[in-house]
Design a binder for this molecule. Structure first.
Ligand code: 0O2
Length: 257
């Protein structure tokens, strides 16, 4: 039987292979020891790592349940990362907010990031729906970049949620950004991200247009794959119903009914 931990994926953007998530805590990023708020930052990063583990467990449990009841896994793989200090500093600078641990805690939604890659479009919404029904999850913000793609062509469902983390002394509500997308959307986003960050040139308009067209093509492929999946499910349902009817007819015949 397939388990989620079978999927160990090396991904760009510092995301950690999902397989690590069940066995090891997400590593707490390094910070310079002479940093004034070092202890506060280290504690905060620990909370983010713990929150990632909580969310991973929830997703893995839902996937296992949906596999049992629906005979399929909506999740192909999960990756996660804690934002690096360098990336936190860059984002705070971009937002024009002074770098203190309190400001990071209050203003950044994506220090803890979990990316869920689903098989089909409908899996994205089904998974988000069941996850958000859990009574310890608080939805802070949802951005549906599938219904409203970014100008680049980027598509994904983004949820910013808060989940409780219980430490020895206290319970903390910790924010996690969950990006849910299909394999096709992930393929596009990963390569586009690499292309943008691996170069120091401004991407020309013609290439942007090409990338946007590819994103549209990927989306129409997603729609077609969803249709095929639904057709196969329908055929399989009809076959099972026919088998069930035949079995009942045989039983009735045996009992002389
Ligand atoms: P990384 O390396 O993925 O962490 P916010 O401060 O959260 O309110 P923000 O960050 O603009 O505002 O939120 P948004 O746009 O909802 O989500 C940003 C994240 O979505 C990015 O994180 C990417 O992971 C992803 N993303 C958004 N647009 C694009 C895009 O055009 N291409 C790709 N490949 N990814 C995109 P970071 O922090 O930029 O980077």
């Amino acid at each position: 039987m397939k388990t989620l931990s079978d999927h160990t994926i090396e991904t760009p953007m510092g995301f950690i292979p999902k397989g690590l998530s069940t066995d090891e805590p997400a590593p707490v990023p390094e910070l310079p020891e002479d940093f004034e708020e070092f202890d506060n930052f280290r504690d905060m990063m620990l909370l983010y790592s713990c929150a990632i583990r909580e969310v991973n467990t929830k997703l893995e449990n839902l996937d296992a349940e949906l596999e049992m009841t629906g005979e399929r896994n909506p999740i192909q793989y999960i990756t996660h990362r804690v934002k690096t200090p360098a990336s936190i500093m860059k984002k705070m600078k971009r937002k024009g907010i002074p770098l203190t641990f309190q400001n990071v805690w209050e203003n950044l939604n994506d220090v803890a990031g979990v990316r869920v890659v689903c098989s089909y479009l409908e899996d994205i919404y089904e998974l988000a729906d069941v996850l958000l029904k859990q009574d310890d999850i608080r939805l802070i913000r949802m951005n549906d970049y599938i219904k409203n793609p970014k100008p680049s062509g980027y598509r994904s469902l983004h949820l910013v949620i808060e989940t409780p983390v219980f430490l020895s002394e206290q319970k903390h509500m910790v924010r996690v950004e969950i990006q849910i997308r299909t394999i096709a959307m992930d393929f596009w986003a990963s390569l586009e991200h690499q292309l943008r960050y691996k170069t120091d040139i401004e991407i020309p308009e013609s290439i942007r247009r090409d990338l946007n067209d590819i994103a549209d093509d990927m989306f129409s492929t997603d729609l077609k794959m969803s249709q095929i999946n639904r057709r196969i499910q329908r055929i399989s349902r009809v076959k099972h119903e026919a088998q069930e009817l035949a079995r009942k007819a045989q039983e009735a015949e045996k009992s002389g009914g």
